[in-house]
Every structure is written in C-alpha cells, then in structure tokens.
Design a protein around this ligand. Structure first.
Ligand code: M6R
Length: 361
C-alpha cells in the first residue's frame, strides 16, 4: 500500500534515502578508495574502448548524466535514445560496451536496441531495477540499482538509484580502463556515503511547497542547466509535464540564446540548476531571463550565494561533490512537480495516456 502517503509517487520520493542506502551498500570501499560492483569482477572491462548508453525517458536522462561522468574520466561515451538507436545503430565492435539503462527492464525500445548489436562483437550490460527482467536475460552482464519496487508512473527513486549506480560504475570502468585509483575518488565516495542523509535533509527542509503555490497557475515552465545540470533540467521538465499536464521544457542553459529565449516572458517561470561547475555561465543566463521579467527559481548549493540577488526562490541542496549534486537538485524538482500537480488535483500516480512500462515500440 501507500504507507500513509496520498500517492505512491510521494511515498517513493520519501523512500529515496533508504533506496540509496541499498544501492550503495557494500559497493564503495572508502578504505582503499575503490568502487566495487559485486556483479562485475575487477578487470572485467579493461579492454573497453568506447561506451554507448541506450535508454528512454527518465532512464535516458540518467544515461546522459553518465555520459558526462565517463567523459570526465577520459572515457569515450555517448547516450542514445534507444528508440532511435535500434533503427539506425552506430558502428560497434568488440571494443564497445553497450549499457542499457531501464528501471523495468521491459522497455521495448531498449530491448530492441540491445538486440540490434547482438552479433557485432559489442558487449552488453543491463542496468535495471527488476530482478530477472527481460533485459537481464538479453544482456551478458547485469548490475542492479536496488531501488525497491517503483509503482508510480513518474519515475523518482529509480533515477536517483540509477545515477548513484552509474557513478559507481563510472569509477569501476575508470579503474579497469586506466588502472589505479583516480585521486578524486576518495571525496566522491565520501559524498556518496552521505548522499542518503543529504537527500533526507532536502525532504525535511525543502521550500518546494512555496514554489508550487506561487507558480502552479502558469501555463509554461522552462528548466535550464549545464553539464550534469542539463539532464537534470530535462528530467525536471519531463516530470512536470507528466503529472501537471502543463507545458514544461528543459534544455541546456547554453542553448537559451539560440532560440528558447524568444518565449521567455513574465509568465514563464524558469528553473535554473546550479551544480558547482560552470555556475557563472548559468548565472549569466539567469540574468538574461531576469531582464525579461521571468520569475526565477534557482536550485543551488547551500554555499552558493551569487544567485541570491537574481532569483525569486532558491531551493537549497547540501554542498557535495559535483558528480552527486545533480541527484540532490533533482529531488528538489521532484518535490516541486509533485506539489504543483497536487495543487492542481491531478491523478498523480496514473497520468492520462501513460503506462509504467512501455512494452511496444
Ligand atoms: O522502465 P524504463 O526505465 O525503461 O522506462 C523508461 C521510460 O518509459 C520511463 O522512464 C518514463 O519516461 C517515465 N514515465 C518517466 O517518469
């Protein structure tokens, strides 16, 4: 059941600290600064040359996030919408690792992307929540995100658990491909270890309700961010449109001047995500939308005050490692979407036209 919550979505948002503890349990060895995934013995990926990530929807946003994590570690990686990949697969060979990211492990587009590389020599890895799902049978290897069952159509705790798992996997791949332990790993594993508590702090202290109350009458919303803030912006907008039925659009803050700025008026709240990297550039974009009188909601670290004078609201996230900050920013956006949809009395757990898993292409 819903355990006293009005909706599964809210229950699953609040389950995130527990889900994340399960995700990282036994997988991050802070003593020697190494990430360990029990399913994948050390060295399993030492001959990988490039990585394709295939996924849809929220899982695609996690895949985009991982593309950045891997690039930061000097690993060639690209995220693809699995529904596009299968119909026009890019070249793969025995140096390619194809990672399929899917909460359910039953998404038809993602299964067909994996089938499209079979016989090319590419290795396949499932990153999923559901034990024994079709995807785990189609891929050579599987890593579970261990988020626990997700019932709400809007994916919430699965995104957080996917990204946390992809952080560990990126570290593992980097150890295999480059050897040794990167100097920054210790800080990162420490930030992962406190991530469940950081998420709990957001759940306890969020001011998302005042944001939802202030703006739920708007008809259009924009979400901008850079780097890992870009997939988080896309995810914030996807969640918002799924459950509020209002128009919401996410894009890279870098794209703003190249078109979307034409739509920005005093009627379009803009959510700006700050993740601790390239924040000055994103702040510049905030000043541009501000000059068009758009309301600004910043999502920013406790210690980042440069934005305070330019934002109507600041949703705070604990200071943490850059790679982890996007998970925290996304939790704030989950709360805004949920609370805005609740103000509008939408059927949050079963949005019109949508199914929990999309088993046809
Ligand atoms: O089960 P999967 O992760 O493969 O599902 C992919 C998408 O269908 C899914 O994330 C969808 O976009 C959600 N409704 C998003 O909240």
């Amino acid at each position: 059941g819903k355990g006293g919550y009005d909706h599964y979505m809210l229950k699953e948002i609040y389950e995130q600290p527990t889900a994340l503890r399960q995700t990282i349990r036994g997988r991050s060895n802070q003593l020697d600064g190494r990430a360990e995934l029990e399913e994948l013995p050390p060295g399993a990926f030492s001959d990988v040359e490039s990585i394709h990530l295939v996924a849809m929807g929220t899982s695609y946003h996690a895949a985009m996030y991982a593309q950045t994590l891997l690039a930061d570690r000097g690993i060639t990686a690209q995220a693809f919408l699995s529904g596009e990949y299968g119909s026009n697969p890019p070249p793969t060979d025995d140096g390619t690792l194809v990672i399929a990211v899917s909460q359910s492990g039953e998404t038809a587009d993602t299964l067909s992307a994996i089938r499209s590389v079979q016989g090319t020599g590419a290795r396949t890895l499932a990153l999923t929540n559901v034990v024994g799902s079709t995807l785990t049978r189609e891929c050579e290897d599987t890593v579970y995100i261990r988020a626990g069952p997700e019932i709400g159509v809007a994916a919430t705790k699965s995104f957080s658990a996917q990204v946390a798992t992809l952080i560990l996997l990126s570290e593992r791949l980097s150890q295999d491909i480059h050897g040794g332990t990167p100097a920054a790993t210790g800080d990162l594993l420490e930030s992962l270890a406190v991530l469940p508590d950081d998420v709990q702090r957001i759940l306890d202290e969020s001011t998302a309700k005042s944001v939802a109350q202030a703006y739920h009458d708007s008809e259009s919303y924009f979400f901008i961010g850079r780097d890992i803030g870009h997939p988080v912006a896309l995810e914030g907008a996807l969640k918002f449109k799924e459950i509020t039925y209002d128009h919401a659009e996410g894009f890279s803050a870098a794209e703003l001047k190249h078109g979307p700025l034409a739509l920005v008026t005093e009627q379009t709240p803009v959510f700006a995500i700050f993740t601790g990297r390239n924040d000055t550039k994103t702040l510049h974009n905030v000043k541009e939308v501000r000059a068009r009188d758009a309301p600004v909601v910043a999502v920013a670290a406790d210690g980042y005050h440069e934005v305070d004078d330019y934002a109507d609201h600041v949703l705070r996230i604990p200071d943490t490692h850059h790679d982890v900050s996007g998970i925290l920013a996304n939790v704030q956006l989950q709360l805004v979407s949920y609370l805005a949809a609740d103000e509008l009395s939408r059927p949050i757990d079963k949005p019109r036209n949508l199914a929990k898993s999309v088993t046809v292409e």
